[in-house]
Each structure stands twice: as structure tokens, then as C-alpha cells.
Design a binder for this molecule. Structure first.
Ligand SMILES: [Zn+2]
Length: 129
């Protein structure tokens, strides 16, 4: 068994172009043998990421506060306890128009760190909403 914590993991401010008020902590990474990597995100009040899409999935579980997720043509308010799935190539976005911090777990298939950790923008498909 491998155990870690948000208390032990480095909290990185996301500096990707178009992302505002978001941090990420990589909790379970490919290097320990997981098939899905687990990241914990926090979105401050008025924080958001641009609408974007990619060929891999997201599995999301909300753990703190509430926020808005956009997926395809749906837009939904979600709160702690809710889970959602973003399909490959489904345009999606998260944002927090509320007063409290919005925190969620997001799983992605392993091996995408070069695509995710070191990218510096969302490309021509990204747009602010
Ligand atoms: Zn995404």
C-alpha cells in the first residue's frame, strides 16, 4: 500500500495560459504504478480554466465547496459528493463563481504528464467563457 496526503504533496499554481485561480497537487503518479493518476485541484472564487478538449478522459469527484462544470452542451452546478465523467474529445470547463474554494479530485490515464504538466496553453481550441 502507498499512502500520501494533500498535506505532503506540493501545491502548484497552474500557470497555463487562460487558467485563473487554480492549483493542482499530483497525489498518485505513474511512477508508483497506478493505471490512473490522481490529481487534487482547487479553484478559488472567480477561478476557471478555458473550455478545452483532448483524447483522454477525466473522472472527477468533488470534495470541497461547489462549482460549475461544463461538458459538451451541458452545464451543471456540482458540490461535494458529486462525481462526473468527461468523455474523450468532449469540450469541458470548470469554474467557481461562488464564495468558497471549490476542490475536486480528477483522475486521468497514466502517462500523460508530458502533455499535461509541461503544456503552457490550451491551443487554438481553447476559448474563455
Ligand atoms: Zn481536461
Amino acid at each position: 500500500m502507498y499512502v500520501t496526503s494533500t498535506k505532503k504533496t506540493k501545491k502548484e499554481t497552474i500557470t497555463v495560459k487562460g487558467v485563473q485561480g487554480m492549483s493542482v497537487q499530483w497525489l498518485l503518479e505513474e511512477s508508483i504504478g497506478v493505471p490512473f493518476e490522481m490529481r487534487y485541484f482547487e479553484v478559488e472564487k472567480n477561478g476557471s480554466c478555458p473550455i478545452h478538449e483532448h483524447d483522454f478522459v477525466h473522472e472527477v469527484f468533488i470534495v470541497k465547496g461547489k462549482g460549475i462544470f461544463v461538458g459538451g452542451d451541458k452545464e451543471k452546478e456540482v458540490a461535494a459528493g458529486d462525481a462526473l465523467f468527461i468523455s474523450p474529445h468532449e469540450p469541458h470547463q470548470c469554474r467557481n463563481p461562488f464564495n468558497e474554494t471549490f476542490g475536486f479530485i480528477c483522475l486521468i490515464p497514466k502517462g500523460l504528464e508530458n502533455e499535461i504538466k509541461y503544456r503552457n496553453d490550451y491551443g487554438s481550441n481553447a476559448e474563455q467563457k
